[in-house]
Design a protein around this ligand. Sequence first.
Ligand SMILES: [Zn+2]
Ligand SMILES: [Zn+2]
Length: 282
Amino acid sequence: MYTGSGNREDSAAAVFIERERTTVEFYTLASGSSGNSTLICSGGTSLLVDAGISCRKLTSRLALLGNSPSELNGIFITHTHSDHICGLKVLLKNRSIPVYASEITGAELLRKVETLDESQLHILRPEEPVGVGDITVLPFPTPHDAPGSMGFHFSADGRRFAIITDLGHVPPRISEIMDGVDAAVIEANHDPDWLVNGPYPFPLQQRILGSYGHLSNEVCGDLAVQLVQSGAKLLVLGHLSAENNSPERAYQVVSGALAAAGCREVRLCVAPRDDLSEAFYV
Ligand SMILES: [Zn+2]
Ligand SMILES: [Zn+2]
């Protein structure tokens, strides 16, 4: 049953116990087709993935976590669609936070984000790991209609976590990279029936359904089964469409796929679209 997971209802005692046992935690600051950002913390290192909400919202949600933009050790950008970068220009104003992106994404960021100085941009190469403080990040290409688009696999203190949204299908190489993660944010963008019967114009429907578009709940369910069978204990469904999906529907489809495959040892949550999530411990 979908329980509205994603809000902050853990008791302080439970949170304390989790903190004792885990060394990596993450929070979605927003997740959906209208804005995306995730904070990952390990040891003394804080990384942001994407800045697709206003700087005002980003700053206030970081403040709720006792964090601030100036404390970020790096910002990793998946791709340049506005729901991933729209807050970046103001976020970087008068701040020299390192920004990490693929060569193509980086070049486009330099054109679009005038507050980004070339000296703070670090170019990511596919499958070349980058260490930032206590966290090692492995970038990998994703099939999406934004050239240079990437997903990220994080490892810290023996724990492994990944963010994989904005992709039209799951190529075998991504399956291999995701194998063995302890936790992941995975895309459950749409219900295909809702999409084709919904308000979107036909070309946009085709874009979303295409192999460089977004993952449906059904394909997300297949991915979830694969991840749990290779050891994942926590999956957070993200990048839900507001028009063509609902948290209840995404949860129902993916939890149904997990149950059908006999995958019971996993916690399944849905990231809030435009709110800070609970703390997720890897
Ligand atoms: Zn997106
Ligand atoms: Zn996108």
